[in-house]
Design a protein around this ligand. Structure first.
Ligand SMILES: [Zn+2]
Length: 310
């Protein structure tokens, strides 16, 4: 069990959105205990707040997006993965556009950003959702489940008829060190035909070989090569970590994913919150626990409350 953490200082980065191609700036700011991760958009003279929470997720095909408070933000998963992977629990993220910059297609630039800002411990225990019984969601051959485990773990498998992938399985122990050295650097990938089809539909406007690993028939198009032989499955773990931020708190359990993706990851988060008989909360604020059906910090914090507090 650990204390909650925020950033030690404010820091900014800019880039283009993978899908919109729009240039965007994000500013990460320290936030008080129990804030969670909250996007902030300047709307005229006032700040609008959008907490990272499953109830704000909107259906999107290729990325994870949330909407509320009069604005939406898409492709949030790699930034959220960096925050979750480094155990940064409370942060305000000011956005100037409706998409988080893609940077190099991995979480590494966001890790460096957080490290430059510094991480500050806070005087409050971090709540954990501890899984007591398995919960599973499936879609055809795609599957993701969470089982009881003494410590958080993620095991992911992918299978593609491509000589560089075939079957890849990776297990991640949810430690900060392993996130930094094994997961954060893994980049987004796509198949050449799919990427070309996206471009033809006017999507993926910000996608380049500098932020996407593009697979051709028997290799990759990028001259720079791969960062890991199993970079693909490591990136799927990165996406899953980011998507699980929508739970709004840390988990203790073993997530096992097979051929999964954003839609199924977020369905598992929904199913977990719908089945409170299958988990217990550790370190949750007793007042919050008593007055709220599920002690999910940001989820039940109305925008006005946050506005008044800031
Ligand atoms: Zn991704």
């Amino acid at each position: 069990m650990r204390n909650q953490q925020t950033l030690a200082s404010t820091i900014t980065c800019s880039g283009v959105g993978l899908h919109s191609g729009q240039s965007a700036t994000i500013t990460l700011r320290p936030a008080p205990p129990d804030t969670g991760v909250v996007f902030v958009s300047r709307q005229g003279d006032v700040d609008a707040y959008l907490p990272v929470s499953i109830e704000h997720r909107i259906p999107t095909e290729l990325c994870t997006a949330i909407s509320g408070g009069g604005f939406q933000v898409q492709t949030i998963e790699h930034l959220l993965a960096a925050l979750a992977g480094l155990h940064v629990d409370n942060v305000f993220i000011d956005v100037t556009a409706s998409e988080v910059p893609v940077m190099d297609g991995s979480a590494a630039p966001f890790v460096r950003l957080v490290q430059a800002a510094g991480i500050a411990p806070q005087d409050r225990k971090q709540p954990f959702l501890k899984i007591m019984s398995p919960i599973e969601v499936t879609d055809g051959s795609k599957r993701v489940r969470i089982e009881p485990s003494p410590t958080p773990r993620i095991t992911y498998s992918i299978h593609y008829e491509h000589p560089l992938i075939k079957t890849q399985t990776y297990e991640y122990d949810c430690s900060v060190g392993a996130f930094e050295s094994e997961i954060a650097e893994a980049r987004t990938f796509g198949f050449l035909q799919e990427v070309q089809a996206l471009w033809a539909r006017g999507l993926g406007k910000g996608g380049t070989l500098d932020n996407t690993v593009v697979l051709s028939g028997d290799g990759i198009v990028n001259d720079s090569g791969l960062r890991f032989n199993d970079e693909f499955v490591r990136h799927k773990i990165l996406d899953l970590i980011g998507d699980f931020s929508l739970l709004g708190m840390s988990f203790i359990g073993h997530i096992m994913a097979d051929r999964s993706g954003h839609a199924l990851h977020t369905r598992l988060v929904q199913q977990i919150l719908k089945q409170p008989e299958k988990w217990v909360l550790l370190n949750a604020d007793p007042i919050a626990e008593g007055t709220r059906p599920i002690s999910h910090r940001s989820r039940f914090q109305p925008a006005v409350e946050l506005q008044a507090a800031s």
